[in-house]
Write a protein that binds this ligand. Structure first.
Ligand SMILES: [Zn+2]
Length: 87
């Protein structure tokens, strides 16, 4: 029998207390994300929400050749697909 609970892979590790900037922080059993500051005896949580999927995902980037063709066309240059030099 193990008294240790499973490690939380999503627990983040703060370097400083957000209230007093104390550096003596220990994980706390209050919640899965709680930290205890020994300097000011506060318990706080640190969660990172940036790993969630965004509500609107940006469009995928164009390939370099697609972007070049589009840029050349936009600026009035002829697109030479065959590699021949126009006379
Ligand atoms: Zn503190």
């Amino acid at each position: 029998m193990s008294l240790r609970r499973k490690p939380n892979p999503n627990r983040n590790h703060p370097l400083y207390c957000p209230y007093c900037a104390g550096e003596t922080l220990f994980p706390n059993e209050e919640t899965e994300f709680a930290w205890f500051c020994t300097d000011c005896t506060r318990i706080f949580e640190v969660k990172y929400y940036g790993q969630d999927d965004p509500e609107q995902r940006p469009a995928p980037a164009k390939s370099t050749s697609e972007a070049l063709k589009e840029s050349l066309a936009k600026h009035g240059h002829l697109i030479n697909e065959g590699g021949d030099t126009p006379q």
